[in-house]
Design a protein around this ligand. Structure first.
Ligand code: ADP
Ligand code: GN1
Ligand code: MG
Length: 363
C-alpha cells in the first residue's frame, strides 16, 4: 500500500520524515507520521478507517468533527487547551475531514504529545484518573444534541442482538469450530436470560439514554505525562447515544481485570476489587452528580454485561473465522473470550462486594 501518497493528500506542516505502525487497537490501522519544517519536527496520527466495520465514513467523520468541535468550545470556555484535551482532525488539502482513495479511507489527527496510553493498569491512581476523565466526558456531553449523532454501528451494545448473532453463527458454524468451544458456548447459553437486562431497563424508561463513548478501554484515553491526569478521550468512532453503564462497564472489563484481555493463564484473571473501587469513585466524581440512582445502582450489572457481551463477541468472531477483530495468533479470539468469561465468573462470585462498593460512593 502506498501510504505516502495517501498522507500527501492531507494539509500537513513540513515534509514527511517517517511513518510507522502505532498503538494496539483491534479495529483501525494506526500510524505515527513524522514531519519536519525548517528544523521543527511535528507528529501526526494517521489512520486507515476500517470500512468493513464503519460502512458510512461520512457519517462517522461527521460525528467526530461535531463532537470534537463541541468539546473544543467547552474546553476553551473553561480555560483548557483544546488542542490537547480533545482530538483535532487535520483536513485534507481540499478541506475534507478524510481522504477516500483506491486504497481505502484515511484520516489524520494532530498527535497529542507528552501523554501516554496504557494497555494495563500499572498504578491505581492512573485508573482513578482515567475514570474521572471518562466521567467528565459524560458530563461534558450531557447537553450535546444526541439526535444529531449518527449510529455508526447500529445496536453496538444491544446485548440481546449480539446474542442472536452469536446463535446464528454458532448454528452455521462455517469453520466447524463450535466443537472446539463447547464450554464457552455453554457459558453463554447459561446466561441467556440476562442478555436483555439493560435494554429492558432502557425500554421501560428506568435508565436514561445519554451520549456515550461506548469503547472506554484504558488505551482509549491519553494520560498526561506530567500531571498524571486523563487529558484526552480518543477513539471516538463509537460515540453514539447509549447508556452510562456501557461506558462504566467496558472500562471495568478492561482495566480492573487482574489479567490481560487475552490472558491464556486463567488463574491470573479475576476482578481486582481495589481497582473496581478506584474506578467507581473516579467515575462518579467525574459525572458530577449527573447519574440517576438507578444508573448508580446498576453499575455492577453494567460491568458484568459488558464483559459477557465482549466475550460473546470474541467467541462469535472465533466461530465466524476471525473476520472482525484483528488477531495476532491462532485462537486469539477464543483466548480473549475465555479471559472475559473467567472475569464474568469472578464478578458473579464477588457480586455482594461489588454492590457494597457502589453503595459506598452513591450520594
Ligand atoms: P483503534 O480504533 O484501532 O483502537 P485508536 O483511535 O484507539 O484506534 O488509536 C490506536 C492508538 O493510537 C491509541 O491507543 C493511541 O495509543 C494512539 N493514538 C490515537 N490517537 C492519538 C492521538 N491523537 N495522539 C497520540 N496518540 C494517539
Ligand atoms: C475494539 O477499537 P478498539 O480496539 O478500541 C472494539 C470494542 C471492543 C474492543 C475489545 C468498534 O475496540 O467494541 O470492546 O475492541 N471496537 C469496535 O478490546 O468494535
Ligand atoms: Mg482504541
Amino acid at each position: 500500500m502506498d501510504l505516502g501518497q495517501c498522507i500527501g493528500e492531507f494539509a500537513l506542516e513540513g515534509s514527511v520524515t517517517g511513518i510507522k505502525e502505532y498503538g494496539s487497537g483491534h479495529i483501525n490501522a494506526t500510524y505515527l507520521v513524522e514531519t519536519e519544517l525548517k528544523g521543527i519536527q511535528k507528529k501526526y496520527i494517521f489512520q486507515r478507517i476500517n470500512t468493513d466495520i464503519f460502512q458510512n465514513v461520512d457519517h462517522l467523520m461527521e460525528n467526530i468533527t461535531n463532537v470534537t468541535s463541541y468539546l473544543g468550545k467547552r474546553i476553551a470556555r473553561r480555560g483548557g487547551d483544546a488542542s490537547r484535551e480533545t482530538l483535532t482532525v487535520i483536513p485534507t488539502k481540499d478541506g475534507g475531514s478524510y481522504y477516500r482513495g483506491s486504497q481505502g479511507c484515511f484520516r489524520m489527527y494532530q498527535f497529542i504529545s507528552d501523554a501516554s496510553c496504557f494497555d494495563a493498569v500499572d498504578k491505581p491512581e492512573d485508573f482513578y484518573e482515567s475514570a474521572v476523565a471518562f466521567g467528565n466526558f459524560q458530563a461534558d456531553l450531557s447537553e450535546f444534541p444526541a439526535e444529531t449523532l449518527h449510529e455508526t454501528i447500529p445496536d453496538f451494545h444491544n446485548t440481546g442482538k449480539r446474542f442472536e448473532t452469536f446463535c446464528k453463527v454458532r448454528k452455521e458454524d462455517p469453520l466447524g469450530r463450535a466443537a472446539l468451544a463447547g464450554p464457552e458456548i455453554a457459558f453463554v447459553m447459561e446466561r441467556e436470560s440476562q442478555m436483555r437486562v439493560l435494554s429492558d431497563l432502557l425500554k421501560n424508561g428506568e435508565l436514561p439514554l445519554r451520549v456515550t463513548h461506548n469503547d472506554t478501554k484504558l488505551n482509549n484515553i491519553m494520560m498526561d505525562n506530567k500531571t498524571g491526569k486523563g487529558i484526552c478521550v480518543i477513539d471516538l468512532d463509537t460515540v453514539m447515544p447509549g447508556l452510562s453503564l456501557y461506558d462504566f462497564g467496558d472500562a471495568i472489563r478492561f482495566g480492573a481485570n487482574t489479567g490481560a484481555e487475552d490472558e491464556t493463564d486463567l488463574s491470573k484473571v479475576s476482578l481486582d476489587l481495589g481497582l473496581f473501587e478506584c474506578y467507581t469513585k473516579g467515575y462518579l466524581k467525574g459525572c458530577q452528580g449527573s447519574l440517576t440512582e438507578t444508573e448508580c445502582r446498576m453499575l455492577p450489572m453494567g460491568a458484568k454485561i459488558m464483559t459477557l457481551e465482549c466475550g460473546m463477541r470474541f467467541l462469535t468472531d472465533y466461530l465466524a473465522g476471525d473476520v472482525y477483530f484483528k488477531i495476532h495468533r491462532k485462537n486469539h479470539n477464543l483466548d480473549r473470550c475465555r479471559s472475559q468469561f473467567a472475569l464474568v465468573a469472578d464478578m458473579e462470585k464477588n457480586w455482594p462486594k461489588m454492590e457494597a462498593i457502589v453503595q459506598k460512593y452513591m450520594v
